[in-house]
Design a protein around this ligand. Structure first.
Ligand code: ZN
Length: 296
């Protein structure tokens, strides 16, 4: 019998350049409408690439974007891609209380579902902000009808990450029902989890690093979950006045990312979460108990 190829997942976090957390100190969300939006053109550029490669992806769309550009949401759906939720206001979950999180998530889910005419089952937190301080959010996601989440980054980082969390998909019970988590891809090096293949890591780190890292993950037999933002393939976006660290984080290699992303897609077997069937391979793991134990 032929062994089934491991399915890897490609995901797009659909937001505009001024939504990035890097700019949260200089861009007030009540002023978002005053910025020149580039999300439609940039997302179409990625849609075209995916179409040419015959690859389906999961698009985690910001509710704010969906409301302003419903045609874009319909184009994504028409391309056979999966629509999923990336919150409404792109706020860090660990800075919200459960009621604020519930309200934000429900609003985004309703907006996108009404436009797309399909139920959303997947969620990705803004800036991967499901950390040991905000695992309660996973219970609320289940309560709202989500069946999977892809927000946990098992690395150490100043804004996100649960360093010791499982690196492979896992299923666990929340008080509201079962939830499957698809952690963002890492590979093991020098006893550490190293981020690879997504967003800033794809842009900032050498291509050789990405190639070797992804190869190492495949060797382990783990599925790869990569992500990109539409603004990451847009070297012509307006520059916002932020400090050096943020400038480096956001603007480095914008002109190279499109080619790098295409090359990653060409070297693996990628699809959407919906099509991947990965939820069937998720192992049971008592995540809430583990997290509680870790924080005591
Ligand atoms: Zn985001």
């Amino acid at each position: 019998m032929r062994e089934k190829l491991p399915k890897n997942v490609v995901s797009i976090d659909v937001e505009d350049y001024f939504h990035a957390e890097t700019f949260s100190s200089v861009v007030d969300r009540t002023q978002w409408d005053s910025y020149t939006s580039r999300v439609e053109g940039n997302t179409r550029c990625l849609l075209e690439l995916l179409g040419n490669l015959n690859v389906q992806a999961t698009f985690f769309v910001l509710g704010w974007v969906a409301e302003r550009f419903p045609g874009l949401v319909r184009e994504i759906a028409a391309g056979g891609h999966e629509l999923a939720c990336h919150s409404y206001w792109h706020r860090l979950i660990y800075k919200l209380d459960p009621a604020e999180f519930r309200e934000d998530t429900r609003r985004a889910k309703d907006v996108i579902e009404q436009i797309a005419g399909q139920p959303l089952t997947g969620y990705r937190a803004p800036t991967y902000s499901v950390t040991d301080r905000s695992v309660w959010a996973l219970d609320i996601l289940t309560e709202l009808g989500f069946t999977y989440d892809s927000s946990i980054f098992p690395i150490r980082h100043d804004r996100y990450g649960i360093p010791g969390a499982p690196r492979a998909p896992f299923r666990f019970q929340t008080p509201s029902g079962p939830m499957t988590e698809f952690p963002i891809t890492t590979f093991r090096f020098g006893g550490q989890n190293m981020p690879v293949g997504g967003g800033g890591y794809l842009r900032l780190l050498p291509q050789l690093y990405t190639r070797l890292g992804l190869k190492s993950v495949e060797k382990e037999g783990l599925p790869i979950v990569i992500y990109i933002h539409p603004w990451e393939v847009d070297p012509d976006q307006p520059h916002l006045p932020v400090g050096l660290k943020s400038r480096l984080r956001h603007y480095t290699n914008l002109s190279r990312t499109y080619d790098r992303f295409r090359s990653v897609l060409q070297q693996g077997n990628y699809t959407s979460f919906r099509e991947s069937g990965l939820d069937e391979s998720a192992k049971d793991f008592d995540f809430y108990a583990w997290n509680q134990h870790n924080n005591n």
